[in-house]
Design a protein around this ligand. Structure first.
Ligand code: PAF
Length: 282
């Protein structure tokens, strides 16, 4: 497996892959890899001849008061996992390779970026869209793989790719959960054992709310009760707990499919997000 940190060698190595006629999959990550990321890698290796995984903790998507400095970094362990999963190349640039002196471009995707994480993390999706567009241009993959756990991020990237004429496939991979239902996240590493136990209230309460919505209950009341239950279960702050149209992410006051329940809440200072499909089909 090649580990590449500079743009010149990256272009050369990608040229060799392209000349061989192989299809290329891209798995963008910020490292601190867990089973959720490895499912992206699995989907990429199943679909593409060659796979590049990027590891880059992107400063542009962190707000001033967020966890950029403390974000978990474990590059050696990540590289070992990617090698064992038969990834061909790791793209691990330094900040100045991605944002050289004088970098002045910002990609802002309106509409799907508003509200939800866009509301509680101003500028976050500009940072995501900008770095992902750069990764798409640097790698020029045939397909790129993103987790559905970051459902709004996936919607923003799909919109950006359509708007900027990226023609490769954008593949959403279902969320991977621990046995008790908590969605895997690099930020779960911040939780104490007690907070980890309490955190399972998030998926549990989302499942309960989903059932109530499907039964035809009042959506406003169901969402308000869910928030109160989360606070009672040990979460100290809720950024949002909302029902949205799954494609447009517009607010939904009357349940119609496709619908998605999305939540972000803080426990012990750690911000967790999750989302589930609300569907009569399950
Ligand atoms: O989902 C992530 O890990 C990041 O937001 C991404 C897509 C790698 C961009 O930095």
């Amino acid at each position: 497996m090649q580990i590449i940190r500079e743009l010149g060698p990256l272009r050369e190595a990608l040229g060799v892959i392209r000349d061989s006629g192989s299809t290329l999959g891209l798995v963008p990550t910020m490292g601190a890899l867990h089973d959720g990321h490895m499912q992206l890698v699995k989907a990429a290796t199943a679909r593409c001849d060659r796979v590049v995984a990027s590891i880059f903790v992107n400063p542009a998507q962190f707000g001033e008061d967020e966890d950029l400095d403390s974000y978990p970094r474990q590059e050696a362990a990540d590289i070992a996992l990617l090698e064992a999963a038969a990834v061909d190349m790791v793209w691990a640039p330094s900040v100045d390779q991605v944002y050289p002196d004088g970098f002045s471009t910002n990609i802002s995707v309106s509409g799907v970026s508003s509200g939800l994480c866009g509301g509680s993390r101003p500028g976050h999706f500009d940072g995501v869209a900008t770095v992902v567009a750069k990764l798409f241009n640097q790698i020029r993959p045939d397909a790129a793989f993103f987790g559905e756990k970051d459902f709004q991020q996936l919607a923003v990237i799909r919109r950006m790719a359509r708007d900027l004429d990226f023609t490769h496939d954008i593949i959403g991979v279902p969320t991977v959960r621990a046995e008790d239902g908590l969605a895997l996240s690099s930020r779960n590493a911040y939780l104490t054992p007690e907070q980890r136990e309490q955190a399972v209230a998030l998926p549990d309460i989302m499942q309960e709310a989903s059932k109530e919505i499907i039964k035809g209950g009042d959506i406003g009341v169901i969402l308000a009760n869910a928030k109160a239950n989360l606070l009672a279960a040990g979460f100290e702050k809720i950024d949002y707990f909302e029902l949205k149209h799954a494609d447009t992410l517009e607010n939904m006051t009357v349940f119609v499919e496709p619908a998605r329940l999305l939540a972000a809440a803080h426990i012990g200072g750690t911000r967790l997000i999750d989302n589930i499909a609300v569907t009569k089909g399950t």
